[in-house]
Design a protein around this ligand. Structure first.
Ligand SMILES: [Fe+2]
Length: 306
């Protein structure tokens, strides 16, 4: 080997140690993945919010993630509105999604059900999830996919109940059956990431209302333990959640629960309990989870009282 080819070989080796093969950590031979989790965009057209969404998309692209996972509430107030009135909000969301270079996988939030219980006198939709499925071009609101050695499951955590609370967080029986079938196809060692709009676990109510405060049933998944028991013989490492708009990380036993703040912050009014308008970068190495929440430099323009 000539000196030149020796140097070239060393350089190539050094490069491969840094970059590694796609989706694998060379040092440990474990799977790895770096992606963005953004949630609660509440896309709409007022107060220059489409410009905010474009800025968020640019900041996400700068991170160069392998993919982007969305935790629901893509648009705002679909639940109590007619389909026609929220059409521009879907346009605003989809315009932002188009700006994102990486593949996008989105879970459904309560605001993304359209005309579930309309407040303008129009008839409720026969299927309030139909527009979400059509806009995102997906067959079902709950689904799964595999990438870089990880199994991702997106849940539909909303159940319409009417009354004062209007909806609750619940994984309904039909979906639990689907989940059992899905998990049968997943190797017991494969790290699993679960994505849900309603949280399985949050400290938000104890933190803001007092140590004895419970989450009301429209703020949490009421059958969380029943659902998580299905993962008993699997390697669930991470649960990504939305809904409360706070940036929160809870690690209990071997599972990390992250609530991913909100792209819209306090519904476009600035920060919410100290969480600014932003998104997070998740780095997975084997079963290890790192989380870095960051703002994208937006100053709220929603006027007082609106
Ligand atoms: Fe939300």
């Amino acid at each position: 080997m000539t000196n030149f080819s020796k140097i070239l070989a060393m350089l190539l080796l050094a490069c491969s140690l840094v970059v590694g093969s796609a989706g694998q950590d060379v040092a440990t031979n474990e799977p790895s993945l770096r992606f963005v989790f953004m949630t609660d965009l509440h896309a709409r057209t007022e107060w220059e919010t489409p410009a905010a969404l474009a800025r968020a998309a640019a900041a996400i692209n700068e991170e160069g993630p392998d993919l982007v996972v969305v935790g629901g509430d893509l648009i705002t107030d679909g639940f109590q509105s007619s389909a026609a009135s929220v059409e521009p909000r879907w346009d605003a969301y989809l315009a932002m999604q188009k700006l994102i270079a990486a593949p996008v996988w989105a879970a459904i939030g309560n605001h993304d059900l359209v005309a579930a219980i309309p407040e303008d006198g129009t008839a409720p939709a026969a299927d309030p999830r139909g527009i979400f499925r059509a806009k995102l071009d997906v067959e079902e609101t709950y689904r799964s996919f595999d990438t870089n050695g990880y199994h991702f499951i997106l849940l539909d955590s909303i159940r319409v109940i009417g009354g004062n609370l209007k909806y609750e967080g619940r994984i309904v029986p039909e979906q639990l059956e689907w989940l059992k079938t899905d998990l049968r196809k997943v190797d017991t060692n494969t790290p699993i990431v679960l994505v849900t709009h309603m949280p399985f676990l949050t400290t938000f109510f104890q933190e803001t209302e007092g140590g004895l405060a419970n989450a009301p049933k429209n703020r949490i998944i009421v059958n969380g333990p029943e659902t998580l028991r299905l993962f008993r013989n699997h390697n669930l490492i991470l649960v990504l959640q939305g809904h409360t708009h706070i940036n929160e990380l809870i690690r209990t036993r071997d599972i990390t629960y992250i609530t991913g703040g909100a792209v819209c912050g306090k519904w476009w009014r600035g920060d919410w309990f100290g969480t600014q308008e932003g998104f997070g970068v998740v780095t997975l190495r084997g079963n290890k989870v790192e989380w870095d929440y960051q703002g994208y430099g937006w100053t709220a323009r929603r006027p007082e009282g609106e």
